[in-house]
Write a protein that binds this ligand. Structure first.
Ligand SMILES: NC(=O)c1ccc[n+]([C@@H]2O[C@H](COP(=O)([O-])OP(=O)(O)OC[C@H]3O[C@@H](n4cnc5c(N)ncnc54)[C@H](O)[C@@H]3O)[C@@H](O)[C@H]2O)c1
Length: 331
């Protein structure tokens, strides 16, 4: 099948390299607002170059991958839909719930599927936690502890357009908590701190945050996030139940050191999301080829992305107003 890729920046270039290795993909066409970036990626992976969006959508494609900045997701998803092409779009569908709802309304009844890029759903560790909760091995789950910690902040220009730490970072934890438990988040209390560089506060954002979630069955969850984790890229989830606890991401490469001198984990700490989730990104795009082929439904729908974004919006409001916020209040 032939796949079009829109956006060849950080994640787009990585997806291009992955797509080029998938047996189901016989051709790739790339487009980016920056011609140099698209041409360079096309050359590296043996893809065709399209100078504009219409050129890409008209290049005899079977599906489209959107990896442009968030501000363009809505219009690109709708353009792919008009072209009748199954679409994979990096998270989120759009920056706000209002825009997300407008896109989802426009897609209602559309014959073409939409898959959103929450790659943790394809990580072996998170999948094992989901199975253990579903088959009752952990008993009833009382607590989930999730963390997302970047080693260093993104460049200052990224932060004002990022939507803030809850929409940009913790949203992955909100999605995966919904996914592993099969439950919905009902209430959120969030707080944050700025002890790093000034550009976070200048953008009305925080560099470190904690969200306390209450799920609809009474399970409690905490999500911690920071942009300053000197030990490495730390993304883990502990699911604690009445009969046992299971941890995802607790591998030899987890960026942790035992205060008691235990000799483990001993591997090189994960350096970033591409390193930590390489296999998951590959599985995610493989799943998209199956969605394109019509052999499976979308494993992460627009409604899933909306639900995670609603939690992020509630968390953003909670931090600003200093009070617990019902997710239904966010919309
Ligand atoms: N799932 C994940 O783990 C993950 C990780 C990183 C980024 N993302 C998401 O991927 C998206 C891209 O992030 P990034 O870090 O790769 O950004 P980036 O800035 O590195 O790359 C974006 C690219 O899109 C191009 N571009 C801008 N406007 C365009 C347009 N209208 N049409 C085509 N190309 C356009 C830019 O020239 C740039 O090359 C964001 O929405 C982000 O939320 C997801």
């Amino acid at each position: 099948m032939r796949i079009g890729l829109i956006g060849t920046g950080r994640i787009g270039a990585f997806h291009a390299a992955t797509l080029a290795t998938l047996p189901a993909v016989t051709g790739i066409v790339v487009h980016d607002a920056d011609e140099g970036s698209a041409r360079s990626v096309a050359e590296k992976v043996g893809a065709q170059y399209a100078g504009d969006l219409d050129g890409l959508l008209g290049a005899g494609l079977d599906g489209v991958v959107v990896a442009a900045p968030t501000a363009f997701h809505a219009e690109l998803i709708l353009a792919a839909r008009r072209a009748g092409l199954p679409t994979f779009c990096e998270k989120p569908v759009a920056g706000t719930l209002e825009e997300t709802d407008a896109v989802l309304r426009a897609l209602e009844g559309a014959p073409v599927p939409l898959q959103i890029g929450f790659q943790r759903r394809f990580d072996a560790g998170y999948q094992a936690v989901r199975e253990a909760i579903a088959d009752g091995r952990l008993g009833w789950t009382h607590t989930l502890r999730a963390c997302t910690a970047d080693p260093t902040p993104p460049h200052p220009g990224y932060i004002p357009a990022s939507g803030g730490i809850f929409r940009d970072c913790s949203v992955h934890d909100y999605d995966i908590i919904r996914w592993v438990t099969g439950r919905e988040v009902t209430e959120v209390y969030a707080t944050g701190a700025n002890r790093g560089e000034d550009f976070f506060a200048a953008a009305d954002d925080v560099d470190t945050a904690v969200t306390l979630l209450t799920l609809d069955d009474g399970t409690l969850a905490t999500c911690t996030a920071t942009r300053y984790n000197g030990a490495g890229y730390d993304v883990r989830l502990e699911a604690c139940g009445s009969r046992g606890t299971l941890a995802a991401g607790l591998t030899d490469r987890a960026p942790l050191t035992s205060a008691e001198g235990a000799p483990w984990p001993a591997g090189t700490p994960y350096g970033g999301f591409m390193d930590r989730f390489q296999d998951a990104y590959r599985a995610e795009l493989t799943a998209f080829t199956e969605v394109v082929a019509g052999t499976r439904p979308s494993p992460c729908t627009g409604q899933d992305a909306r639900a995670a974004l609603a939690v992020a919006e509630a968390a953003t409001r909670s931090r600003k107003e200093g009070r617990p916020v019902r997710v239904a209040e966010a919309g």
